[in-house]
Design a protein around this ligand. Structure first.
Ligand code: 1HN
Length: 348
């Protein structure tokens, strides 16, 4: 119960009058909206198991023709936030998307930022801002706000990826909308618009030093290179210390999207690490391996392609339960948003 007063303590006709004039007293609600010490966290530390979701997604391949659906997606909804709100955390949307051989998901652009992280299959591709980007398992592909994007699949068997968007945030500020394209952008690609000159961080085209910076110079981060960099970082990182790489804009060294951050984590066989307790929320996706995650009081075992929501301010530890095999994780968080808002905190 609030110590600032209750609605029931007010004369009923006074309260009803306030409501009739579209006003409310702050004091009965203040503590709920501004709790002491730690936010009121509705986000639950939920685990979505790939072996549970995958059959439903494959079934959606039969039930939802791509021509009608545009995007064939099952959304990972956090029950603490209300399933219908389609939030994995308060700011992060996560969906699993299926595309079948020969299908195309039509060209559009929108205000929310999106990324794809490829889970299975090969032969899929996405075209972003006129660049055709192959989608192989573990690749991260950016779809920044306002860039046209469409997907296709020229291989065999299903291709499945994880979509992560800042949709809850952008929808929450009444800023979410899309624009449909009349045609495929491969036809409207312009000479000079192409960012394929950027291959990786650290070494960039010399001429870019003297040019106006592109907001999104690198759109595809191949897993092969990220994994090799994780192993190289592990060589110089003491056991049981976090081996974690940030995906960044190679021109600025800063986060590659404005609101969401992305990182890759390597847990060596048998290793246990704590994640720093932070103000940001996160979603952890298992690229490969078996382990155990503890988030506040919840304990979850995890395996390939499972996905876990981590609320703001949570204490979490991760353990690779195999004595032989690596664990690789992909993390999406809203730390860039927190940093820009001046509310980013790391505790302890
Ligand atoms: C979207 O544009 C895609 O392009 C996937 O594949 C999921 C969820 C909400 C809003 C836009 C896509 C999306 C989305």
């Amino acid at each position: 119960m609030s110590n600032l007063g209750r609605v029931e303590d007010l004369p009923k006709d006074y309260y009803d009058g306030l409501v009739s004039r579209n006003t409310l007293p702050l004091w009965p609600a203040l503590r709920a909206m501004l709790p002491h010490g730690i936010p009121a966290r509705r986000t639950q530390p939920v685990m979505w198991r790939y072996q549970d979701v995958r059959p439903d997604l494959i079934k959606a391949g039969e039930l939802a023709p791509i021509e009608k659906a545009e995007r064939r997606v099952l959304v990972l909804c956090n029950p603490g936030l209300g399933l219908q709100n389609m939030q994995a955390t308060a700011s992060i949307y996560i969906g699993l998307q299926l595309i079948l051989p020969g299908e195309t998901a039509p060209n559009h652009k929108h205000t929310p930022s999106a990324v794809r992280f490829v889970i299975e299959g090969s032969g899929g591709f996405t075209v972003v801002g006129g660049e055709r980007l192959p989608m192989e398992k573990g690749d991260l592909i950016l779809t920044p706000p306002g860039l046209w994007h469409e997907h296709g699949h020229e291989g065999q068997g299903p291709v499945i990826w994880m979509d992560a968007l800042d949709l809850p945030l952008i929808y929450g500020i009444d800023a979410s909308y899309s624009t449909e394209s009349k045609g495929s952008q491969e036809l409207v690609k312009q000479e000079g618009d192409c960012n394929q000159r950027f291959r990786q961080g650290g070494v960039i085209p010399y001429s870019s030093l003297d040019q106006k910076k592109s907001a999104y110079p690198l759109l595809r981060f191949p897993w092969k290179e990220v994994r090799a960099s994780l192993h190289a970082l592990a060589e110089v990182t003491p056991k049981n210390q976090l081996v974690q790489l940030a995906y960044v804009n190679p021109e600025t060294g800063q986060e590659c999207l404005a609101t969401l951050g992305f990182s890759a984590i390597y847990l060596r066989p048998g290793e246990q690490v704590s994640l720093p307790r932070r103000s940001a929320s996160a979603v952890l996706h298992v690229v490969q391996g078996q382990g155990q995650a503890t988030v506040d009081d919840a304990e979850h075992s995890f395996g390939d392609a499972d996905t876990l929501a981590i609320p703001t301010h949570a204490r979490s530890t991760l353990r690779n339960t195999s004595t032989r095999e690596p664990v690789y994780l992909f993390m999406v968080d809203d730390a860039p948003l927190h940093r820009k808002l001046g509310i980013y905190e790391v505790f302890e």
